[in-house]
Design a protein around this ligand. Structure first.
Ligand code: GDP
Ligand code: MG
Length: 370
């Protein structure tokens, strides 16, 4: 049977829970805020408040949430989004730090200093590249498990003095499974025992043929430590990006992905959003996974307040009612009622799924002790 909790009904009407309880009492129905009432009763309450009732099946709630594909003539080029992967100690963090310093617009602001989970650099040519600032396979796979495909290109870092190691192989596997092209960064070429040729040869064993080996995979020799060839690496990224022909419509309400999220004392729940299409603005109301909110402020990777963020721009968003999860979708919706409706629906679905799971767990425990 269709039911709705008093709280949910109140939220959907944007009325106070206490007033809904009072209205129910007048109708002779005693219910607390967390109790469920049937659809017929709910409809009467809705009319009592002067609203028009419209019953929607659960499955209808998410329909239309994500906008259909944009018309081709609305699309404009966007920056590539890049993730750095590779074996431990091969220089992922060092490379991300070095690339951060290639940004030319930081100037007075003192550079890209905030670690918000992603940053965007502007090259002297004006072209931009977005880097996901959390190296590692866990983040990549966690996002992919949630259906989020944020990465356009994987930078595979391989230390020239160490060669292909287990996590290098793992990274290759992840990138291939996600069908994301790889650009190889042969790192630590400043070291006396560096052997970039060995790296290129070993890569052949893993189905990666770099250009020097007659293949098509771009590869660049770099030193994160001495900041050698970082411009060449960025050029390779942009070349790969051109082949991918990355585009998005900036002129629509924003959609994106949660890159990371946390609870901060005094600031509330904060999340870094990577906008995938549209433009996000202060004041926008949104749903992010099972949470919702209204953009109270946005801060970029330089710690500067900004008013809007377009496609491929990462931005720290304040104004969440709760903390979402990395990899959650982020969608701007028309109003608070819609945002609450979707968030509550998703929360309820999760509660139900958990209940089913624990019920199943319970029975298997019984079997265990039978
Ligand atoms: P990660 O585990 O992949 O993030 O690797 P790190 O960036 O933490 O680097 C591991 C070690 O390698 C650190 O001691 C770095 O200073 C060093 N390292 C990173 N890149 C280079 C490089 O280009 N040349 C040299 N000589 N050392 C490097
Ligand atoms: Mg590291």
């Amino acid at each position: 049977p269709e039911t709705v909790t008093v709280q949910e009904l109140a939220n959907r009407m944007a009325e106070r829970g206490a007033n809904v309880i009072k209205a129910l009492m007048k109708m002779g129905v005693m219910a607390t805020i967390t109790q469920s009432i049937d659809a017929d009763t709910a409809e009467l309450v809705v009319e009592e408040f002067g609203h028009k009732a419209k019953r929607v099946a659960d499955s209808d709630i998410e329909i239309g949430l994500v906008a259909p594909q944009d018309d081709a003539d609305k699309l404009t080029s966007r920056a590539p989004v890049v993730t750095v992967m590779g074996h431990v100690d091969h220089g992922k963090t060092s490379l991300l730090d070095a690339l951060r310093q290639t940004d030319v617009v930081s100037g007075e602001a003192g550079g890209i200093t905030q670690h918000i989970g992603a940053y965007q650099v502007t090259r002297p040519s004006g072209q931009k590249i977005t880097f996901i600032d959390t190296p590692g396979h866990a983040a990549f796979t966690a996002m992919r498990a949630r259906g989020a495909k944020v990465t356009d290109i994987v930078i595979l870092v391989v230390a020239a003095d160490d060669g292909i190691m287990p996590q290098t192989v793992e990274a290759i596997r992840h990138a291939k499974a996600a069908e994301v092209p790889i650009v190889v960064a042969v790192n630590k070429i400043d070291k006396p025992d560096a052997d970039p040729n060995r790296v290129r040869t070993e890569l052949l064993n893993h189905d990666i043929q770099v250009e020097e080996m007659g293949g098509e995979v771009l590869s660049v020799e770099v030193s994160a430590k001495q900041k050698l060839n970082l411009d060449k690496l960025e050029e390779a990224i942009l070349l790969q990006s051109e082949l991918l022909d990355l585009k998005a419509n900036p002129e629509r309400s924003a959609e994106g992905t949660v890159i990371e999220a946390k609870m901060e004392k005094g600031r509330g729940s904060i999340a870094t959003i990577l906008v995938t299409r549209g433009t996000l603005r202060v004041g926008d109301v949104f749903v992010a996974g099972k949470e919702w909110g209204r953009v109270r402020a946005m801060v970029d990777e330089r710690g500067q307040r900004i008013d809007e963020a377009g496609p491929a721009v990462p931005v720290e968003v304040l104004g969440f009612a709760g903390t979402p999860d990395a990899g959650d979708d982020f969608v701007v919706v028309e109003d608070e009622a819609r945002a609450r409706e979707v968030a509550e629906y998703r929360q309820r679905k999760e509660r139900e799924a958990l209940a089913v799971k624990s019920a199943r767990g319970g029975s298997s425990m019984e079997q265990l002790f039978a």
